[in-house]
Write a protein of this length. Structure first.
Length: 105
């Protein structure tokens, strides 16, 4: 009986450890990061598009502070800190990645 209980508890612990990171990605308000090249900037809509290094997908980020877009340039390699609000990606910080740090990913 004790052996079965120990096995059951161990199995539940393994399942919990394996599934928690997947749920963390969908937590609203949690900070995420993406690195890639800026492919488009729309100052009127307060958005910019980034092609990610990792999977070459295009992500469109909205900014609450339009000042973040003032120094951003198309083709620039950046790291974006963002949070999810429904289907929207809200950028809270943009930092330029230099060639040396970009190669580390």
């Amino acid at each position: 009986m004790m052996k079965r209980l120990t096995m059951l508890v161990s199995l539940l612990l393994v399942i919990a450890v394996m599934t928690v990171p997947a749920f963390a990605l969908s937590v609203p308000g949690m900070k995420h990061h993406e690195t890639g090249n800026v492919t488009a900037i729309d100052k009127n809509a307060k958005t910019f598009t980034l092609t990610a290094d990792k999977d070459q997908k295009k992500y469109t980020f909205e900014v609450k502070d339009p000042a973040l877009l003032n120094t951003l340039r198309t083709g620039e390699h950046v790291r974006v800190a963002y949070s999810k609000k429904g289907a929207q990606l809200i950028a809270s910080g943009i930092s330029e990645k230099t060639a040396r740090t970009a190669s580390r990913k």
